[in-house]
Design a protein around this ligand. Sequence first.
Ligand code: PMP
Length: 360
Amino acid sequence: MTRPYNFSAGPAALPESVLLRAREELLDWNGGGTSVMEISHRSKAFVELAAQSERDLRALMDIPDNYRVLFLQGGATQHFAQIPMNFARPDQTADYIVCGAWGEKAMREATPNVQARVAGSSVNANFTGVPPRQSWQLDPAAAYVHITPNETIHGVAMHTIPDVGDVPLIADISSNILSAPLDVSRFGLLYAGAQKNIGASGLVLMIVNDDLLERCPSTLPRIFNYAEHAANGSMLNTPNTFGWYLASLVFQWIAAQGGVAELGQRNQAKTQLLYQCIDESGLYSNPVDRDARSLMNVVFTLADPALELMFLQQSQDAGLLALKGHKALGGMRASLYNAMPLEGVQALVGFMREFERRHG
Ligand code: PMP
């Protein structure tokens, strides 16, 4: 069976070998006669899976020893609100750099728990780039600086980690985690929903510096307190065990591909091919500044919007799924996460060129 290429922004395509292995192990995982979903999270077998997955992630991302790795729930959106509960006081300020819809939402959700302020924004450029670092108005007394290095809807990426002085840098890496090497030691906190580069929705990964964890107020309900989750190995309550299992398979898959550096190179090659096709065409265009183009989410519009429906229908018929852009932006979006092979991008580019030849 040949499967279509799935360009969904998330929940997104998983590596086929991971899906096949999950299917194979569904009725009998680890020789125990049950699926991994049907056993206690406190069983020896699951605790071993959890520990191994953390070791694998630490190796893949080269996570320093003074960082904890948490496997949480709630989606990134819940943590937009929970991060200031843990790392700021309601009377403190926090600086947000906003380059798209997710940074904006992160700020909005944080607001009841901290005085969230825009310290830099590209809203006036319709989020087609990253505001230059010199234009940011950072407050040295802020509780933290929050960035969204990859804006999934606007297809905008911050390709260099900004220097923000001594204030902890917090990044929502939901749509670029594990897509290229990243220097974890530059951050106080990294967090990501799993449903793009890792696996199933409902699981959130958090990589947090020990010093920052000391800020978590003991007055918080335990279930909202990250230090409590860390002290309990992310098993304060029942975690998303199936999501955690899928993540562990994806980590093994990434290692087998040659690791994050190798995937980073493949992702460069994939997006280059698609941006080149767009730039050479008279029909397609991408509005994002060249130095801020995303490696994960490629947005493009058609010169004649009346062709959009036909483009979507014909691409779907050609086995190229989910190319419709986010409703907030319109147009098209091709998400090229780690699981998208180069062949999928080649097929998309071939289709786009042929569509332009016939209708452009
Ligand atoms: N941040 C980013 C960068 C995202 O792309 C998304 C989801 N597309 C979210 C946050 C929100 O994730 P969730 O729906 O899991 O809360």
